[in-house]
Design a protein around this ligand. Structure first.
Ligand code: HEC
Ligand code: HEC
Length: 196
């Protein structure tokens, strides 16, 4: 049941990328500081240097997972989110992903503190794509793959629906206790009755 939705979300993201041409790779990390090409290379090569946990994630204790999050996940993701939007993500904490429950030790994922995402083909999905383009590309190109590596997550498997995906963090639309992502009025509001 959820399988289809998972597959769908990835397809959605891939579609977004295709539609957007993916031409936003930056080359601005190339500030030369006397270190020759090495400096620029490091800045650009960062994603490949993302470490995976020292042992299989599933076999780690909650304490070890928290320590790994603190040491490797939070620092890297803080930088990444700030690069995307410095103001909005001036302060990235455990709660940015895990929600306010993190303060009391609730680290369950997906987190209902994150917006629930709609299924494919729905008007909500179209509205989301229209509204959140840059954010979706950031999620798909950076947040999702980096976090997957950081927790040693399996690749998403379209056939089985298993593996790491958007829904490793975000709930599905309609999940109990979740809050649907905020969407503007649907485009095909042909009647035009909505005053705003
Ligand atoms: C970028 C998002 C992100 C941030 C920031 C983050 N986490 Fe996580 N965390 C995750 C994801 C995703 C998982 C689930 C991995 C999985 O099992 O697939 C997780 C899992 C965990 C778990 C294991 C939960 C369980 O039920 O097995 C703990 C504990 C944890 N995080 C603690 C922390 C702590 C402590 C911090 C801050 C120092 C933190 N996390 C910051 C994304 C994040
Ligand atoms: C590692 C956890 C994680 C993964 C994986 C992830 N997200 Fe996110 N997502 C977040 C966090 C954290 C935020 C920021 C929430 C905030 O600003 O408070 C976010 C924000 C968003 C937003 C913006 C919401 C808003 O109100 O501005 C959208 C849209 C979104 N994600 C979609 C996706 C999609 C689609 C995928 C899969 C391609 C995905 N996310 C994968 C953690 C994740």
């Amino acid at each position: 049941m959820h399988r289809t939705i998972w597959a769908v979300a990835i397809t959605l993201a891939a579609t977004i990328l295709a539609a957007c041409g993916g031409g936003e790779a930056t080359s601005e990390g190339a500030s030369e500081d006397g270190a020759g090409t090495a400096g620029a290379e490091q800045a650009e090569a960062a994603p490949e240097e993302v470490p995976s946990p020292p042992q299989p994630w599933a076999s780690m204790s909650p304490q070890d997972k928290a320590a790994w999050m603190q040491a490797e996940v939070l620092p890297r993701m803080s930088v990444m989110f700030r690069e995307f939007d410095e103001e909005r993500y001036a302060r990235v904490t455990c709660a940015t992903c895990h929600g306010p429950g993190a303060a009391s030790g609730d680290f369950a994922m997906p987190s209902n503190a994150l917006p629930a995402l709609p299924p494919t083909g729905s008007p909500e999905q179209r509205a989301m794509v229209a509204q959140y383009g840059p954010m979706l590309r950031f999620m798909f190109n950076h947040v999702m793959p980096t976090t997957q590596t950081l927790v040693g997550g399996e690749d998403f498997d379209e056939a089985t629906g298993g593996g790491f995906s958007c829904f490793s963090c975000h709930p599905h639309q309609g999940d109990e206790g979740s809050t649907m992502i905020e969407l503007a009025a649907p485009e095909e509001d042909a009647g035009g009755e909505a005053a705003e």
